[in-house]
Ligand binder design. Structure first.
Ligand code: ADE
Length: 351
């Protein structure tokens, strides 16, 4: 690595970053809490999508203490639509640890940060370097691509051994301006050294140091081994309504979308007849059933292939409270207070 990331190369990279960095809200602060929040939100999510969530989250939770104390439904509502909800659960758990074990002050070192729930190698490196200037790497997918291309390496960037080896090689090269250096690599990967044959080598401050630029290899590098195909789950989603009340269910506390509210749904694609039998089996009388559009939602390892029905049921039904764990919620309350994951976004217009 040091043959490629020479002192001059690092100097050019830092100068490029100073001149070209995007003006992003989390770059206008040195508050470690705000930097931490941004890094969690930016995992798996685009910068433009994060911006409004980031501002809204900080309006409600301007400090670690506010986050540690926030009620779960409000917390989920703040994250509604961002996905990967375990991120925000872990964030709150870590905030509670910070309050309890660190007197409300976010720990300053990579090693201590690493022990907080939801803070992995990358995030600990990002917070420690950006907020506290510690000279540690922060290698995300963008940085792996940049490093692979600069070195002309055909190592598999999906293999954890690659990341681990490059982390070790990068560590002694990190300059005093560690936060800027890490962000410069991230920024280069996000805006210039982009994937899918679109690399903008002409604009790149590393072009004279980069093997892939020199040898025209940006279409071949990085090499990433194929991911395992996602499991497909068929589902039937039900928009069950009685006047202006809609049925919601709470998902189990563990697993995919843990503890979030959802529209009632069944495994498999049910025929209208089977659906009516199901509705009766949980004690409701269907008045009108209508098939609505199909939709798909892609998670990291699973795809939901959904068909859906609206089901109008006879009102004032006593069986409701307990009907298969469902809750009847007024539509305006539903929009204001219940976080429904984006997996159901094709159907929220019926609510
Ligand atoms: N992605 C991850 N961390 C980031 C940061 N600090 N700035 C921009 N994009 C990022």
């Amino acid at each position: 690595m040091k043959e490629y990331l020479t002192e001059q190369a690092i100097c050019d990279l830092l100068a490029w970053y100073q001149k070209n960095k995007r003006d992003l809200p989390w770059r206008r602060t040195s508050d470690p809490y705000r930097i931490w929040l941004s890094e969690i939100m930016l995992q798996q999510t685009r910068v433009e999508a994060v911006k409004p969530y980031y501002a809204r989250f900080l309006d409600t939770c301007p400090t670690v203490k506010d986050l540690a104390d926030l009620n779960e439904d409000r917390l989920m509502k703040l994250w509604e639509g961002l996905g990967y909800y375990s991120r925000v659960r872990n964030l709150q758990k870590a905030a509670q640890t910070v309050m309890r074990d660190f007197g409300g002050e976010i720990p300053h070192t990579y090693e201590e940060l690493r022990r907080l729930t939801g803070i992995g190698e990358y995030t600990a490196g990002a917070i420690a370097s950006i907020a506290f200037g510690e000279r540690v790497p922060a290698i995300d997918g963008n940085v792996l691509r940049v490093l692979a291309r600069v070195m002309g390496s055909r190592e598999d960037i999906a293999d954890p051994k690659t990341k681990s080896a490059w982390r070790g090689a990068l560590l002694p090269l990190i300059p005093e301006a560690a936060g800027d250096f890490n962000q410069a690599l991230i920024e280069l990967g996000a805006t210039v050294c982009v994937p899918n044959g679109e690399a903008k080598c002409k604009e790149c401050p590393m072009r004279s140091y980069c093997v892939s630029c020199r040898e025209n290899l940006t279409d071949e590098i990085p090499v990433r081994s194929a991911k395992k195909p996602r499991r497909i789950e068929k589902k039937t989603v039900l928009v069950i309504q009685d006047g202006d009340l809609t049925a919601l269910c709470k998902r189990p506390d563990k697993g995919l979308l843990a503890g979030l509210w959802e529209l009632p749904n069944r495994e498999g694609h049910l025929s209208e007849g089977a659906l009516i039998d199901f509705i009766r089996s949980i004690g409701f009388e269907p008045l009108r059933v209508e098939r609505i559009e199909d939709s798909k939602h892609i998670f990291t390892h699973i795809e939901w292939h959904m068909i859906a029905y609206t089901v109008r049921i006879a009102p004032e039904f006593d069986g409701w409270q307990d009907g298969a764990g469902m809750l009847l919620v007024k539509n305006e309350e539903l929009h204001a207070s219940y976080a429904i994951p984006s997996a159901f976004s094709a159907y929220t217009k019926y609510l």
